[in-house]
Design a protein around this ligand. Structure first.
Ligand SMILES: [Zn+2]
Length: 332
C-alpha cells in the first residue's frame, strides 16, 4: 500500500513538473485560439493573415521559431498561401504575432511581455488607420511602433498588393512612400533596361532613402554583392546636382566586354503625394498609391544617360567620388 502511494505521488509530481515546462507553450496555444475566436475565423480561413517577427528575434536566449511553428499549425497560415508575412527586427526586439482579418480589418496582436503572453484586439481596417486620432493613441497599445509596421503591411495585403512589394516591406520592416518609390524604380529599371547576356545592374543609391531596400528584394541588387553602392550626398552636393529630383544612378555593366552605360533616374514625389489629401497618416498614404504600382512611368524618368568604360565604372562605384560630378551632372 505504501509503495502504491509513493508511486502515485511520483506520478503526480512528475505530471506537475511536466505541466510547468509546458505551461508557457500551452498558454500560448490558448492565446492564439482565443485570438481566432475573437476574429471569428477557423483554421485555414484564407481571410486570415499572420504577421510576425519570429524568424528574427530571440526569446529566452533561444530561437522563436517553435512558436511560429505552433501558430502555423493553429491558423493554417503559410508562406505558400501568401498569408504569412514576416517583418525584420533586431534579435533583441519583443516577439509579436498579429492575426488580421482581411474583410473586417479586426486584428489581435499577441506580444511576449515579461515572460508571459498578452493579447490586444483592435480595429486596424483602412477606415481606422486613415484617422489621425488612431495614431495619437498608439501609446495605449503594447505593440508601440510595430503598430505602424503591422497596419500598413496588413492593409496592403488585404487590398491584394503585389507580393514582391510585401517582400520589400518585410526587409524594410514597414511600408512608407520612400519604399514605394524604390519599388516603382526597380520595376521601371526592369521594364526599360532589361539585361542582355553578360550584363548586370549596379544601382548607385545616391541620394539615400528608404527606396534602397526595394532594390535589394526586387532586383537582388545587394551591397554585399556590389549590386547596390550606397553613397549619401551632403546637402551641398545634393543642391549642386543639375537633374531634377535625383534619385539614383543605374549602371549597366558588362564585365567581360568592359563596356556599359549609365542612367540618372529621377523620382517625382509630388505625383505620389497627390493621391492622399494633406495630413493623411503615413500608413494610409501608402494605400492610396496601391492602384498605381503597375505604372512606374508615371513617377520615374531617365533624365540623363552616358557611356561607361572601365575607369569610369570603377571611379563611380568606389569610395571618395560623387557620381553626379563624374557624369557631368552638377552645376558649376
Ligand atoms: Zn521607410
Amino acid at each position: 500500500m505504501k509503495k502504491q502511494i509513493r508511486f502515485l505521488l511520483t506520478i503526480a509530481v512528475g505530471m506537475s513538473l511536466l505541466g510547468a515546462a509546458n505551461a508557457s507553450a500551452s498558454s500560448f496555444d490558448k492565446v492564439v485560439s482565443n485570438a481566432m475566436h475573437t476574429l471569428s475565423v477557423v483554421k485555414d480561413d484564407p481571410r486570415l493573415l499572420l504577421m510576425t517577427d519570429a524568424p528574427y528575434v530571440v526569446i529566452d536566449g533561444a530561437s522563436a521559431l517553435p512558436y511560429l511553428g505552433k501558430t502555423q499549425v493553429l491558423t493554417g497560415c503559410t508562406v505558400g498561401r501568401g498569408n504569412l508575412l514576416f517583418f525584420q527586427r533586431p534579435q533583441s526586439h519583443p516577439l509579436r504575432f498579429m492575426l488580421f482579418h482581411k474583410t473586417s480589418g479586426q486584428a489581435v496582436i499577441i506580444s511576449r511581455m515579461d515572460g508571459t503572453w498578452s493579447a490586444q484586439s483592435l480595429d486596424m481596417g483602412p477606415e481606422a488607420i486613415v484617422q489621425p486620432a488612431f495614431w495619437e493613441r498608439t501609446g495605449d497599445y503594447q505593440a508601440g511602433r510595430d503598430l505602424f509596421t503591422l497596419a500598413a503591411i496588413a492593409n496592403v495585403w488585404a487590398k491584394d498588393g503585389p507580393y514582391d512589394f510585401l517582400k520589400s516591406a518585410e526587409l524594410h520592416n514597414h511600408i512608407c512612400p520612400g519604399l514605394t518609390s524604390g519599388y516603382l524604380m526597380a520595376h521601371y529599371i526592369q521594364s526599360h533596361y532589361p539585361l542582355a547576356k553578360g550584363e548586370r545592374y549596379t544601382v548607385l543609391a545616391c541620394p539615400v532613402w528608404c527606396k534602397e531596400d526595394a532594390f535589394q528584394v526586387v532586383l537582388d541588387c545587394t551591397p554585399g554583392k556590389r549590386g547596390l553602392v550606397v553613397k549619401p550626398l551632403s546637402p551641398k552636393q545634393l543642391k549642386a546636382v543639375s537633374v531634377p529630383n535625383p534619385a539614383a544612378i543605374l549602371l549597366i555593366w558588362n564585365r567581360e566586354q568592359k563596356t556599359g552605360r549609365g542612367v540618372a533616374l529621377s523620382f517625382n514625389f509630388d505625383r505620389l503625394r497627390a493621391f492622399a489629401p494633406q495630413g493623411t497618416p503615413k500608413a494610409a498614404q501608402v494605400l492610396s498609391a496601391l492602384d498605381y504600382l503597375d505604372d512606374p512611368d508615371r513617377f520615374v524618368s531617365a533624365v540623363a544617360t552616358f557611356d561607361l568604360d572601365e575607369p569610369l565604372y570603377q571611379r563611380m562605384t568606389q569610395a571618395g567620388s560623387n557620381p553626379y560630378e563624374l557624369a557631368g551632372l552638377v552645376r558649376d
